[in-house]
Design a protein around this ligand. Structure first.
Ligand SMILES: Nc1ncnc2c1ncn2[C@@H]1O[C@H](COP(=O)(O)OP(=O)(O)O)[C@@H](O)[C@H]1O
Ligand SMILES: [Mg+2]
Length: 257
């Protein structure tokens, strides 16, 4: 069974001073989209930070495709196939759209810095291939962004910036994509478009596992195959959206929050 799981955590936890932000969390994801919900401060982002290596867990293990990740850096974990977006925008505002997208391919880069100097045609070939991949990734969401590829990110509307962040996360073909509140700050219509965008990734046939943190339950209900709810760092429910949304502990956690 375990061989089928993309990622598993075993009793994973982290303390910040006296605060147990995540505690003894057993979690697993296979070839599916899991919605991660819970009130503010329940440990959702911290959990993604543990998986992506930004925080080292104080207890437990993170296992990706059978390999323990605890001792790896965020960069090494990215190279192994776990990619993410952040709750707050992490695009480089003073770079162009295409430069931001190309950053998503750095872990695939084959030409070394000296080849870039002494064998420019090889480096240019790689850059041009990268640009094609980036255009391919972004045009799935909105082909018009390709026409603005050389404009500064700061001139691009919020919904398209979100798409660029997601395209940057998937252009290197990760096995596991972590999305932290991708619809935050979007209006109703844009949220609907974002659901469609994420559905396209899910159904792309690339066998990608997705963990999505969302506060908007309509998004969670449409996108998730399964839902996990955290409260005060602990898993309090998991199952289908219907099961979790009717769970008494989940209702209490949201009312109490
Ligand atoms: N680097 C940190 N240092 C201290 N406390 C932190 C840190 N990161 C998160 N926390 C705390 O951990 C708890 C969980 O936070 P977070 O994971 O951001 O919640 P969520 O994403 O569910 O809203 C909160 O109480 C938060 O203040
Ligand atoms: Mg958060």
């Amino acid at each position: 069974m375990d061989a089928l799981k993309t990622l598993k955590t075993e009793k994973v936890g982290i303390n910040f001073g006296g605060l147990k932000a995540v505690e003894k969390l057993d979690f697993e994801i296979g070839d599916e989209t899991v919605g991660l919900i819970g009130p503010n401060g329940s440990g959702k982002t911290t959990f993604l930070n543990i998986i992506s290596g930004i925080y080292k867990p104080s207890e437990g293990r993170v296992i990706f495709k059978g390999e323990e990740l605890n001792s790896f850096t965020p960069d090494a974990i990215r190279k192994k196939g776990i990619s993410r977006t952040f709750q707050t925008n992490r695009l480089c505002m003073n770079l162009s759209v295409i430069d931001n997208l190309l950053l998503g391919l750095y872990c695939e880069q084959k030409t070394s810095w000296w080849q870039a100097i002494f064998n420019r045609s090889l480096a240019m070939q790689e850059i041009n291939r990268g640009i094609d991949k980036c255009f391919g990734a972004i045009s799935v969401f909105n082909p018009e962004i390709v026409d603005r590829a050389y404009e500064l990110i700061s001139t691009i509307p919020l919904i398209d910036r979100r798409r660029i962040e997601i395209a940057r996360a998937i252009v290197g073909r990760p096995k596991l994509l972590l999305l932290d509140e991708p619809t935050a700050g979007l209006n109703k219509e844009e949220t609907h478009q974002m659901i469609e965008d994420i559905t396209k990734i899910r159904d792309s046939g690339d066998r990608i596992s997705i963990i999505i943190i969302e506060h908007d339950m309509s998004v969670i209900s449409k996108i998730s195959d399964r839902v996990v709810c955290l409260n005060a760092g602990q898993k309090i429910a998991e199952g289908s959206f219907e099961e979790v949304s009717q769970n008494e502990n989940v209702c209490m956690a949201y009312l109490g929050g």
